[in-house]
Design a protein around this ligand. Sequence first.
Ligand code: ADP
Ligand code: MG
Length: 282
Amino acid sequence: MAPATVPCQYRTGKTLGSGTYAIVKEAVHIKTGEYYACKVINKKLMEGREYMVRNEIAVLKKVSKGHRNIVTLHDYFETAHNLYLCFDLCTGGELFDRICAKGNYYEEDAAALVRTIMGAVKYIHECGIVHRDLKPENLLFRTKDEDADIMIADFGLSRVMDDEKFHLLTEICGTPGYMAPEIFKKTGHGKPVDVWAMGVITYFLLCGYTPFDRDTQQQEMEAIIAGDYRFEPEEYWANVSATARDFVTECLTIDPTSRPTAAEALKHKWLASEQPHFVQSP
Ligand code: ADP
Ligand code: MG
């Protein structure tokens, strides 16, 4: 798949969002009138790694077509300064915003979302890819409908981006809240980091705040390394089943070799049965 060098097949419009590496704009394919989300990545961020990045993009293009809950990469091209990735447009917004709007999710709804996302994570892992940046900002709804499909976005590239710059950028842009302890200990960032992040996401869905939220990033990092979190304050957790808490506890296992894999997590009682086995009061 050779990258096309002519970006003028698309006309870009409003900015949809920006994240760690890139700005994402709405783009219309001029010939077909189809709308896409076009991710513009500054090539300076991948100096010396262009080859790896292009390779990874080819893999993403293939992999992203294989699962309905992964945002499909349709096209990519580059100019002297930027790399452009054209994805399916998700119009339903980020999971982050839906959690903030709702406060928290009912346990049944949370389990359904986590089951779907974990299924997509299992698929990505089977393809040999680690997401490394799973968080509610990278989970998008396909449409504005209440029951729209949830989609994993923003995966695969973090592995080939410059690690130092990545850390610098996370320092500037945001919270380390979803990062696994082994990332800070620099002992690895394989597939288990995604399961850890799913534990943090699940916690967030259930109560509306993250487990390692502290005043400073240093304290947050120390709390993550120590696995120091609680299902508190009690009033936020009163309606959450022991099974759900156990699922979170399993995903937040400090030792990555003892943490369940995505496939194992899917078999956890909380996700395994389609039937709700808990009573949820409104
Ligand atoms: P980064 O690597 O910079 O974090 P992302 O791929 O996460 O970039 O995109 C940044 C933001 O842009 C997302 O959080 C989301 O709000 C928006 N966005 C990304 N992809 C899409 C898409 N396919 N459809 C709609 N919005 C998107
Ligand atoms: Mg992102």
